[in-house]
Design a protein around this ligand. Sequence first.
Ligand code: SF4
Ligand code: SF4
Length: 114
Amino acid sequence: MKSWTCIEKCGACCQIDLRYRKNLTNILSKKDIELIKSMTKKDGWCKHLDKKNMKCRIYENRPHFCKVNIFSKNFREYKKKGDNFLIDCCKEHISFIYGKKSDEMNRFKKKILN
Ligand code: SF4
Ligand code: SF4
């Protein structure tokens, strides 16, 4: 069975431009939406992302909505599909940012099988 896991040097979900993340706006509080907006740079990436290494600079103190496996439990789809929902979300982000045939997608697919 496939189980969700994050891969290194991806950061696809740190593209947080809310115009492309409608599912987030439906579930976040007003306060969280303000926080996300304050974190979003003009190009849509989070200001806390070290883009050279695609690594979060504030990982230990990142907002609750960045803790993918915990935050995702708020979604109805998670209750139905569990890890498969997380996997689909990552694939969607990775595909949007890097493409369906990218190295990141290949690494992700390999990792979730291990
Ligand atoms: S898109 Fe998925 S694999 Fe990539 S950084 Fe975000 S949680 Fe990790
Ligand atoms: S705070 Fe960190 S984990 Fe959250 S979006 Fe920004 S870089 Fe990504």
